[in-house]
Design a protein around this ligand. Structure first.
Ligand SMILES: NC(=O)c1ccc[n+]([C@@H]2O[C@H](COP(=O)([O-])OP(=O)(O)OC[C@H]3O[C@@H](n4cnc5c(N)ncnc54)[C@H](OP(=O)(O)O)[C@@H]3O)[C@@H](O)[C@H]2O)c1
Length: 290
């Protein structure tokens, strides 16, 4: 018996999000200054990433992979992005309740996004308000990736000595304090280094903080919050990129996110280049500030 000849189905392997994430981590450690192209082949998919973050996948990348490339390659592919901010906020611009409760404003997908941000930077930086309110570990746990240094701004020595990150040893901690602030309790493990910076006006200058970290080889910094710490970087013009994760939630009161000095007319408002992405029920606004 003769069977009709069947054409073999054309099977295209799409480049998926797991491969995309591995390539983003590879791009993070690539020497873009000397080698402006990163080309890889895996499972029949060819991926070309150029310095600056332009990318091309053959035969194609899945939607999830495309979004990962678009969100993360501008941060790692030799674009000169140095400081990245993130804030998870409600529709009415709050990052916590009046009592400091912020777990959780966003969907679990946003937490995965935050851990990806931590994995692509050299250091994660927070203010002492967030450290004391949240007792965060600031480690990468929801995705594969390296652990960043953990930096806390504590000009007045009011950090709680029982905070987990002062004792867990998962990654080094840099505690930036002013000359007048007291040492943190000696009970802290050897992974905690105290750095003394002079205060300038209202606090440490963001430029002084970034220079201090750069002197330790830490060039790409995630300013993870809270609103006060992040606002000071924006006001000083030292935040390159901001990922605002907006949840469909109205709190109606509480801790504000970004707070800048008042302006008289909207001509003076910041109008960054912006792209948006769905993240669970939340929306990521990727804002290019510089
Ligand atoms: N939803 C989110 O994405 C998110 C993210 C992070 C935090 N949070 C929430 O936000 C709240 C805390 O935010 P917050 O705005 O109140 O506080 P914060 O930004 O965490 O900490 C502010 C404090 O850090 C120190 N600081 C920050 N920048 C400084 C600088 N340039 N120079 C000197 N000192 C500096 C100051 O300490 P002194 O007061 O000692 O001068 C300042 O008062 C918490 O409730 C937390 O749960 C939410």
């Amino acid at each position: 018996m003769n069977f009709p000849h069947a054409e073999p189905a054309l099977t295209h392997t799409l480049l998926g999000p797991d491969t995309a994430w591995r390539r983003i981590l590879q791009a993070r450690d690539h020497d873009w200054q000397h080698t402006p192209l990163l080309e890889t082949t895996e499972d029949g998919c060819v991926l070309r990433i150029e310095r600056g973050g332009t990318w091309h996948a053959m035969p194609a990348a899945s939607t999830a992979a495309r979004e990962l490339f678009d969100l993360f390659l501008p941060l790692v592919a030799g674009t000169g992005v140095r400081t990245i901010g993130q804030l998870g906020q409600s529709l009415d611009g709050r990052i916590a309740t009046e009592t400091g409760h912020s777990h959780y404003i966003n969907d679990p997908e946003a937490l995965t996004h935050l851990h990806r941000l931590r994995a692509v930077v050299d250091a994660v930086l927070i203010g002492v308000g967030t450290a004391n309110a949240d007792n965060p570990l600031l480690t990468v746990r929801h995705v594969d990736g390296p652990q960043p240094r953990r930096v806390i701004l504590d000009p007045n020595g009011r950090i709680r000595p029982d905070l987990s990150l002062l004792h867990d040893g998962t990654a080094p901690v840099l505690l930036i304090q002013s000359p007048a602030s007291s040492h943190v309790a000696q009970a802290c493990a050897h992974h905690v280094e105290r750095i003394v910076l002079p205060l300038e006006g209202r606090g440490f200058s963001p430029t002084g903080i970034l220079d201090t970290l750069a002197a330790r080889g830490l060039h790409r910094i995630l300013v993870e919050g809270g609103g006060d710490t992040l606002s000071r970087f924006v006001q000083a013009g030292r935040l390159d990129r901001l990922h605002l994760l907006v949840a469909p939630l109205l709190i109606g009161s509480g801790r504000p996110g970004l707070c800048l000095p008042p302006i008289d007319t909207l001509d003076s408002a910041l109008r960054p280049v912006s792209r948006s992405y769905a993240c669970g029920r939340d929306t990521i606004f990727d804002l290019q500030l510089r």
